[in-house]
Design a protein around this ligand. Sequence first.
Ligand SMILES: CC(=O)SCCNC(=O)CCNC(=O)[C@H](O)C(C)(C)COP(=O)(O)OP(=O)(O)OC[C@H]1O[C@@H](n2cnc3c(N)ncnc32)[C@H](O)[C@@H]1OP(=O)(O)O
Length: 419
Amino acid sequence: MNAYYRALPFASGLPQWEPADAAWHGGAEPWPPQRTPATAEQLEEWAEADVQDESFHPIATFADGACVGASAAISFDVTVPGGGTVKTAGVTSTGVIATHRRRGYLRRMMQAMFEAALDRGEPLAMLSASEGSIYGRFGFSPATYRTRWELARHEAALLPAAPDPGSLELVDAAQAKQFWPVVHAKVRANRVGELTPLPGRWDRLSDGADGTNGPLRYLAHRDQHGEVDGIANFRLPWSSTAVNAGTLVVEALEATNPTAYRALWSLMVDFDLTKTIVAPGRPRDEPLRWMLANPRAMRITRQSDNLWARLLDVPRALTQRSYDTAGEVAFTVDDDQMCPANNRTWLLRAGGTSVTCVATDQQADLTITISALSSLYFGGMSAHDLTYAGRITPHADGVIAQLTRLFRIDPEPHNSFGF
Ligand SMILES: CC(=O)SCCNC(=O)CCNC(=O)[C@H](O)C(C)(C)COP(=O)(O)OP(=O)(O)OC[C@H]1O[C@@H](n2cnc3c(N)ncnc32)[C@H](O)[C@@H]1OP(=O)(O)O
């Protein structure tokens, strides 16, 4: 089992990426933070925890009797348009040892993980990509964005709004650990792309300092009945240069309603003795922009893909989300080498609460790559853009507009954490 963990990138002492290359991380510093290779005891601890976790499906690959590559799929649920959830294989921690790369080991592990996911009844796979050039060839394609923005405090005046009948409270890590699962469960039900938290997701919250980053601090909001309906994690990092001093970093902020959302941001953007507010992992469609008297004050400093999606079972996945408009479209998939059952012409029919997707002999309205369909699935990507990029080929007038009406959603999909 230790050989398995040694092949994983995070256990073998992953090299640092420049922040621009690791754009999905979104932080100001190179990622990951300094980390030494795991000790034998640590590997054993991980192994013990993982073998007991039924949602963890490890895979390894061998050459000459030695483990040369490893990965895992984690089973979880992801929220899809309509508010339902779909069982998903989250591919994570993929690594092939440096001497054995580019020989097809990852491709074989990926194929085996797809087949195992289909056997478990998971019609979808997802991942976050270390590099943007690796996973498209396996049918993955970006489905959510992650945005980092900055705001100068002196430009952060908010437009007036009704008084808040609720209250804000600075809380400690113990309280934050109780509040986060409650708030996230409500947010997750209403935000496409949000994931079921892995066990222990909030266990690591603490009041201790984290080097020059300073301790994580927690701000909670309660409604007028005393129920917690929003929470933020923020830091006031120490800086060795005057120019970067006075930064407040909002690491996470979730609210179940507009009043709590506004209250939390009102304090975050006007915190005494700070001059810049930085938020690294935000949705692209951040309502705060519309609350600013000067919306241009919010400067996007990085935007990248976040989760990548891959439909493994096209009809099953498409019938597990809903569509706001009634309509139908016949489309052909013909490029799926890894899940060949998807290579058919399909008729998707959405009307009210009923959705069907069946193989058809009728003429297709369009041809779409499996990766483009996977991007469209969560409703955040543009059918128009994918058509201009040559990933969708329309065979009749008006079909791209019809595809947009069927698939696009508002608000955009977003996942506040990965796996
Ligand atoms: C979801 C995650 O886990 S993100 C973390 C990913 N892990 C890392 O980045 C750690 C360092 N890298 C590695 O361990 C390995 O290079 C891996 C896991 C990324 C790839 O494993 P390999 O066994 O080398 O991949 P494999 O040989 O199966 O490659 C399949 C295809 O991807 C291509 N490819 C593999 N890695 C890369 C890369 N880093 N950049 C561009 N293309 C790549 C190969 O050229 C090959 O192309 P082809 O299908 O046209 O022939």
